[in-house]
Design a protein around this ligand. Structure first.
Ligand code: HEM
Length: 477
């Protein structure tokens, strides 16, 4: 027995645009939107597309924790700050849907995975998948990560120049291919090596300017994305069929999902397994990669923090690799704080797009049903009335006495409530393992003159990569 899939969502640009406009008009007739900037503006739209953070912070300053901005064609309600995050993620999470929000744009690539579904279908699938992300399962992935990191570090030497973002992206994709799909990029099956490239091709769609994303027809980014999806699907379905036929199973998530069932014996059918694994790849790849790049960017700009981190690593681990318990059990508190602070300044999944499922009130304003409502961890993490000196990189804000003073809902890099990031533990482990392994032998400096620019689609990442210079560490440890 499998879960009944949700109804399809139209993906045509014109259909979606018209549906948005109709929903907006119907909603507005009943309840006016919260105050804000609601007239169409190409300038605002472009600015939001390229630098959303200042746009959101300026609007917060002007209108408070709830406001409306017209971006592209649609009026979008934004809710920022601790109370807003708690409202959307925890206390009133059932007032919002994901599938009808902008995450629905991902359906053509991801299908009906956790990011694009709601209600019993989502909750049932999440229950079936949860054991695959339990402590022991995630701990076992360390055996996949460490050799891959060693392989990727081969060739690093004192003075080498590299794009750390591109390096990490390649490494994280190889880890994901093994840990999620059980595919071996160096194995005898040539198609295993191709899967990563197809996925990158498909993902490239969201890196296009929005105005290019809406184009349809031959040779458009849309068509290229669909072609890459078809090729990737062929590989994944072939692998699912092979595992079903042979009974072969491994430590990877795909293997687990093929046999997983909930208490009532419900299972994921093959299409659903495909959608979920693709969703995990999508949700985990860019987020992890960007976080590592941002972390090394901040360490390079704050040598005193870097030195403290190196001292901790050397004292606890010397030259050996960390264990899962050490990485995840608070034995390396500096590493934990540096990661927390990196995710405060640069929470990769920076926006949580939803649609209101019913009318509600927040902070004295009414919001109609059926309209886009977003929270933003990125903007919430930079509010000056919540975070002292919000632009400064200060890992010690997460040290024990200060951490307790962070208001509930203020810090949400992994979302919150019953839909908190499913891969949080896996992502944290991967990031800490890679960072800690690099720091065993190397430090990294920014190329002189480099100035970080952030790209925001679909997750935030360094727009121009991260050119860095390797310095080999010397001396006993
Ligand atoms: C630093 C790394 C990561 C960050 C910052 C991050 C952040 C997030 C956030 C903020 C959400 C909630 C989005 C919302 O509320 O709209 C989320 C959901 C999710 N993440 Fe992550 N993520 C990371 C790594 C991963 C990894 C490695 C995986 C998978 C292996 C993953 C899988 C998921 C899934 C499946 C969901 C949807 C959960 C649900 O709706 O039930 N994430 N993530």
């Amino acid at each position: 027995m499998s879960l009944a899939p949700p109804p399809p969502v139209p993906t045509g640009v014109a259909t979606r645009l018209l549906a948005d406009l109709r929903a907006e008009r119907a909603a507005q007739r009943r309840i006016p939107f919260p105050p804000g900037e609601t007239l169409p503006s190409l300038r605002r739209t472009r600015r939001f597309n390229y630098e959303p953070l200042p746009v959101l912070l300026e609007a917060y300053e002007r209108y408070g924790p709830i406001f409306t901005l017209r971006v592209f064609h649609a009026q979008i309600v934004f809710m920022l700050g601790p109370e807003a995050n708690h409202f959307m993620l925890v206390s009133h999470a059932d007032h919002f849907t994901w599938r009808e929000g902008h995450l629905g744009d991902l359906i053509p690539l991801l299908g009906d995975g956790l990011l694009t579904t709601d209600g019993p279908f989502h909750d049932g699938a999440r229950r079936i998948m949860l054991p695959a992300f339990g402590r022991e399962r995630v701990a076992a992935t360390l055996d996949t990560m460490l050799p891959e990191i060693d392989r990727a570090l081969h060739g690093w030497h004192d003075g080498a120049a590299l794009d750390l973002y591109a390096w990490t992206r390649n490494l994280a994709l190889r880890i994901a291919m093994r840990a999620l799909f059980g595919l071996d990029p160096d194995g005898p099956r040539a198609r295993d090596a191709k899967a990563a490239a197809q996925f990158e091709d498909a993902l490239g769609f969201w890196a296009n300017d929005y105005f290019l994303q809406v184009l349809r027809g031959p040779r458009t980014p849309w068509t290229r994305m669909l072609q890459a999806r078809r090729r990737l699907d062929a590989i994944v379905h072939d692998e699912i069929a092979r595992r079903r036929r042979t009974g072969e199973r491994g430590e990877d998530i795909l293997s687990m999902l093929l046999d997983a069932a909930d208490d009532e014996g419900r299972r994921l059918d093959d299409d659903h397994v495909r959608d979920q694994v693709m969703t995990l790849l999508f949700a985990g790849h860019d987020t992890t990669t960007s976080t590592i790049a941002f972390l090394f960017h901040e360490l390079a700009r704050h040598p005193a923090e870097r030195d403290r981190l190196l001292a901790e690593r050397d004292a606890v681990l010397g030259r050996r690799d960390p264990t899962f318990a050490e990485l995840m059990g608070g034995v390396l508190p500096r590493l934990d704080r540096v990661l927390d602070e990196t995710l405060r300044l640069f929470p990769a999944a920076w926006i949580g797009p939803r649609r209101s499922a019913r009318p509600f009130r927040f902070a004295g304003h009414a919001v109609p049903a059926g309209v886009p409502v977003n929270y933003s961890s990125w903007a919430s993490h930079r509010l000056p009335d919540v975070w002292g000196d919000p632009e400064a990189f200060r890992p010690d804000r997460f040290a024990a006495p200060h951490r307790a003073q962070i208001p509930k809902g203020a810090y949400v890099p992994f979302g919150g409530g019953s839909r908190t990031c499913l891969g949080m533990r896996f992502g944290q482990l991967e990031i800490k393992t890679i960072v800690s392994r690099i720091l065993r032998d190397f430090t990294l400096d920014l190329e002189s003159g480099f100035a970080l620019r952030v790209r925001q689609m679909p997750t935030i990442s360094p727009r121009d990569g991260l050119p860095m210079r390797v310095r080999a560490r010397t001396g006993p440890r």
